[in-house]
Design a binder for this molecule. Structure first.
Ligand code: KG4
Ligand code: ZN
Length: 354
């Protein structure tokens, strides 16, 4: 069964085609990131307009890379939430129109759940992909860490899952992006913090972790503010000093040490909670999803606590937003006997929960 997945929840216009829920036939992603970079974050209106421009070329490219025609596609799946409403609308309207025109069954997919399913992709003929050797097994612990999400969830099967914990404020990627701004690094900040951290010493500063009463929830707003106060103190100013002027006053070693100390603290927060869940739920697999999965410190800290044979890291191109994860999740919804959605009734759910 070949499933085509459409993802437009944020700034990526993405279409993927997957066979039998494990074989990646194609994954085409067009990002409008360059248009947002000068604003320091995604501008919803610009993202939505860019989806409209990119949608048809991305679909055409995904079909031709997969060497498929519409006749070969058995079902269409689309992200209906959570995400930016204007962006979601473009994907959902496109998917429903295609479902009507080509008479294909249509399924909606929760974006965050979709991220987990990137790890079910274990085979491909495409070059440039490093696929996991093992398929995930249930019960499965999912660590979802990106610019928009920080969640821990346990999946007992494709239908029954529970959200164990999530962020109370900023997502971890968002905190990386905001700290990067303080240090004068360009958006998206995560990869730039990670690079700079390599030249610093994580023991230079102690960034406090948020103490929460919940076992598995996170908070990244406190550590982010701690970085701001620390940077202000380092340049000899008080809390009134504007954050945008800090980077010109900090030395390169100070910036590198702040990057390393913040990264260590933020990643430790995720890893220590994930490890608690690992001990308490004894999953057979632990899958890592979302853009922050690219972070090497995350891999290093996880590997210190969890056996490598239990950890599944999808190829980094499949960790960030893509259509293939939506196609894969949709495939397992179909296998679980979920009924297709009426293309005339499908709607977006910007605040959809897991
Ligand atoms: O999954 P994604 O592409 O989009 C969302 O759904 O949010 O994740 C993007 C996020 C950004 O916040 C980016 O700064 C972060 O992932 N990121 C990283 C790294 N690479 C990307 N954060 C930390 N270390 C990295 N190496
Ligand atoms: Zn995402």
């Amino acid at each position: 069964m070949k499933v085509l997945g459409i993802e437009t929840s944020c700034d990526e216009t993405a279409v993927g085609i997957v066979e039998d829920g494990r074989f990646l036939l194609s994954s085409t992603v067009a990002s409008s990131m360059d248009l947002h970079a000068k604003y320091g974050g995604v501008v919803p209106e610009i993202a939505a307009r860019s989806h409209i421009e990119s949608m048809i070329p991305v679909i055409t490219d995904a079909l031709s890379s997969a060497k498929c025609s519409w006749q070969d596609i058995d079902a269409i799946t689309v992200t209906n939430g959570a995400g930016l409403s204007g962006s979601l609308l473009v994907g959902v309207m496109t998917a429903s129109t295609l479902a009507i025109c080509f008479n294909k069954p249509l399924y909606s997919v929760n974006h965050v759940v979709g991220h987990v399913y990137a790890s079910f992709l274990t085979e491909t003929n495409l070059t440039d992909y490093v696929m996991p050797v093992l398929s995930p097994k249930f019960p499965l612990l999912a660590i979802i860490v990106s610019g928009g999400h920080s969640q821990l969830a346990i999946f007992y099967n494709h239908i029954d899952y529970i959200l164990l914990g999530q962020t109370r404020d900023d997502a971890i990627g968002e905190a990386f992006d905001k700290v990067a701004k303080i240090l004068g690094l360009p958006y998206p900040g995560g990869p730039n913090i990670a690079k700079l951290a390599m030249q610093g010493n994580f023991e230079t500063y102690r960034i406090p972790e948020a103490k929460l009463d919940s076992l598995y929830d996170f908070s990244f707003s406190g550590p982010k503010t701690a970085v701001l106060r620390l940077a202000q103190a380092e340049v000899g100013e008080d809390f009134n000093f504007p954050s945008f002027k800090l980077s010109e006053r900090l030395s390169e070693p100070q910036k590198a040490n702040i990057a390393a100390s913040f990264q260590y603290c933020a990643i430790k927060t995720i890893v220590s909670k994930a490890f608690k869940a690992y001990k308490n739920y004894q999953p057979k697999s632990v899958v890592i999803a979302g853009g922050v999965a690219a972070n090497l410190e995350l891999r290093r800290q996880l590997l210190k606590l969890i056996p490598e044979s239990d950890l599944i890291f999808p190829d980094i191109k499949l960790c960030t937003d893509n259509g293939a994860m939506i196609a894969t999740r949709g495939y397992y919804q179909i296998q679980s006997k979920q009924l297709p959605i009426d293309p005339y009734l499908i709607d977006v759910s910007p605040n959809l929960k897991m």
